[in-house]
Design a protein around this ligand. Structure first.
Ligand code: NDP
Ligand code: KPL
Length: 318
């Protein structure tokens, strides 16, 4: 074991992302402590974590997990792996985990989570992160990951590489996690946002059309590309150093995805679960306004989806 293995890491949320990256870290015998709850916690305590992907199934029969942040205690790093709408609750639980030198890594889709966390912890504690993986919790304690191995890129707020960034990168690499080194973490986050938000929003508004369907119809393809341009223009106006060809790059990435890919936003909508609508579609609309622009594609999609969500909430009431 190397020096970096002595780092302690709390994983908050044992769903798709937390279960996958936390599972890899735990399998590599790092000091990983899950802050979990409900059935996930019961499963982690009973049988540990099981992960399946293209290369097979593997499990970590014993993991350290609790729903009490005091049991987790102070750690070197927190991987904050909850959905955006769950951030306020997770942040309430953070205090016992965070000591003088603790850094908190965000993994959420969208571009606003780092600032939401920083509002509680201060920017100096936040390492904005960008996750590229397709992983979901198929049953409590059971994670399915599809496609290429998951990657977790992160840096300091100003995109610099501090000692703690180097330490966490080493720990993750020892656990076989791919760790990209973005030269500008904000441009990297926006580039992913630019790809994922239009696909997720349109996919949800169509009732769950896959990426293959959306990109192959001329009309829906145009909507996606116009949506990407809206995010690009907003980002540039807000000072994000997106490359000139960001929309072309995102279009190429979209075209190379397996045709059956869907996003978590549309899957959550289809299943009637609370969604990240505000952090995806809603954020595009808000950020465009902040930039003094409009984003007509996302404005329309946001209104359709917000109405759909509020109707679903009303009909779920007793
Ligand atoms: N899944 C993916 O492939 C990718 C996801 N992302 C982003 O990562 C984030 C996480 O997504 P994902 O892992 O899919 O989400 P999941 O819903 O699968 O996992 C979130 C987990 O966090 C738990 N949780 C929430 N609040 C707390 C809390 N206060 N204490 C303890 N546990 C808590 C949830 O429990 P409960 O079920 O009880 O609510 C759930 O198990 C999202 O922002 C998503 O956009 C980014 C890239 C890829
Ligand atoms: C990359 C993608 C679209 C994969 O599922 C994602 O981040 C999400 O669905 O939350």
């Amino acid at each position: 074991m190397t020096e970096s293995t002595s780092q302690s890491i709390a994983v908050v949320g044992a769903g798709g992302v937390g279960g996958y990256f936390g599972g890899l870290l735990a399998a590599a015998e790092h000091d990983v402590r899950f802050l979990a709850r409900g059935e996930s916690l019961a499963a982690l305590r009973r049988k540990g974590l099981r992960i399946s992907n293209g290369s097979g199934d593997w499990s970590v029969p014993q993991v350290r997990a609790s729903d009490d942040p005091q049991d987790i205690g102070e750690v070197d790093f927190v991987l904050l792996c909850v959905k955006t709408q769950q951030l306020p609750g997770a942040l309430d639980a953070l205090e016992p985990l965070v000591g003088e030198d603790t850094a908190v890594v965000t993994v959420q889709n969208g571009v606003e989570a780092p600032e939401q966390v920083a509002a509680r912890t201060g920017r100096h504690r936040v390492l904005p992160g960008n996750v590229r993986v397709v992983a979901s919790m198929v049953a409590p304690g059971e994670i399915r990951q599809v496609g290429p191995p998951g990657a977790l890129g992160f840096a300091e707020w100003d995109s610099t590489v501090s000692d703690r960034v180097v330490r966490l990168r080493e720990v993750l690499r020892e656990a076989s996690v791919t760790v990209p080194e973005p030269s500008d973490i904000w441009a990297d986050l926006w580039a992913k946002f630019l790809l994922v938000a239009p696909i997720g929003s349109l996919g949800a508004a169509t009732g769950g059309a896959s990426i293959g369907e959306l990109r192959s119809r001329a009309g829906t393809r145009n909507i996606l590309i116009s949506g990407m341009r809206e995010i690009y223009e907003t980002g540039i106006k807000l000072g994000i150093k997106l490359p000139d060809d960001a929309v072309d790059t995102a279009t190429g990435l979209m075209d190379r995805q397996s045709p059956d890919v869907t996003s978590s936003l549309q899957r959550d909508f289809l299943a009637g679960r609370p969604s990240e609508l505000e952090a995806w579609t809603g954020a595009v609309v808000r950020l465009a306004r902040r930039a003094g622009r409009t984003a007509p594609v996302h404005e329309m999609l946001y209104e359709l989806l917000a109405l759909r969500e509020s109707r679903a909430a009303r009909s779920a009431q007793p």
